[in-house]
Design a protein around this ligand. Structure first.
Ligand code: MEV
Length: 287
């Protein structure tokens, strides 16, 4: 029997712009998914298409047990975390000797087939390696120096569809390239500025606020996201923005240790769920 876990993630900067080859910064967060795999002659058919695909790809049979600290379908990378943890547990239980980079690649393949050929490799890479990662088009992902921010994530509990939101930006780009392209360029400039100011939380906060406004301008906002962002800022956050595809899902705020409970309270006061967290630097680990 082998138990492994893998963390979720937030996009700190650059979501949507990364679809067009521009830079983005993503970070692993503390909440994890734990997966236990046991070799067995009788294959228990898993409910999750991600887990089923892991067993199929690795060509093994067994039973699986999953516990998750991550809300699903909220943009926090829970499917990537389930996939990475399952592959690591299979790898361990069956002695397959894959390294972390191979697991990250396999996890991306699993997400591609479970999501009909559309999945970014960011979530699976961040979940496998942990830390803070710079993503840019097809270039190799690069680990950035990890920063110990206090993050408060606000889950709107409004369901959203990443492909619908990506399609919305694609439509805007098609019909109004003169408006959409400069917005995507500005998001890229903000991401680069953030990369050189990772140790300056006040500066990061104002860059987050600008990035949020530009996501709204691209049409991927939602009234509840705006409400949570404004509530977090009023409660003393350095900055707050949507994270991930938008149209629902989650926002996050960066705040000082002394204001994080107040910011979380302000988010909960809007009938949303708050998660106080920080960076995870371990990635996938054996439990
Ligand atoms: C979704 O978490 C992030 C997007 O940029 C889509 C993607 O990168 O695949 C909106």
């Amino acid at each position: 029997m082998a138990t492994w876990s893998a963390p979720g993630k937030v996009f700190l900067f650059g979501e949507h712009a990364v679809v067009y080859g521009k830079p983005g910064i993503a970070m692993a967060i503390k909440p994890r998914v734990m997966v236990t795999v046991r070799e067995s002659r009788y294959h228990q058919k898993p409910n999750s298409p991600y887990i089923a695909e892991c067993f199929r790809l690795m060509d093994v049979k067994g039973s699986v047990y999953v516990r998750s600290q991550l809300p699903s379908s909220s943009g926090l990378g829970s499917s990537a975390a389930v996939t990475v943890a399952t592959l690591c547990a299979i790898n361990d239980e069956f002695g397959l000797e894959k390294n972390r980079a191979e697991i990250a690649d396999l996890a991306h393949q699993v997400e591609m087939s479970a999501q009909n050929g559309r999945a970014s490799a960011t979530d699976t890479y961040v979940s496998a390696f942990g830390g803070m990662v710079l993503v840019r088009g097809n270039e190799k992902r690069r680990l950035l120096p990890p920063q110990n921010f206090s993050l408060v994530i606000g889950n709107t509990l409004v369901s959203h569809s990443t492909s619908e939101m990506v399609g919305k930006v694609a439509d805007l780009r098609k019909h109004s390239p003169d408006i959409a392209n400069p917005i995507l360029d500005s998001i890229a400039a903000i991401t680069m500025r953030a990369m050189y100011n990772l140790d300056n939380q006040k500066e990061l906060g104002s860059l987050m606020n600008m990035n949020h406004a530009l996501l709204d301008a691209l049409g991927v906002g939602h009234p509840v996201l705006s409400k949570l962002v404004l509530a977090a800022r009023s409660a003393g956050a350095h900055g707050a923005k949507t994270t991930g595809a938008g149209g629902g899902g989650c926002m996050y705020a960066i705040c000082s240790k002394s204001s994080r409970n107040r910011v979380a309270g302000a988010i909960e006061g809007c009938d949303a769920r708050a998660i106080i967290t920080t960076i995870d630097t371990e990635g996938a680990r054996k439990e």
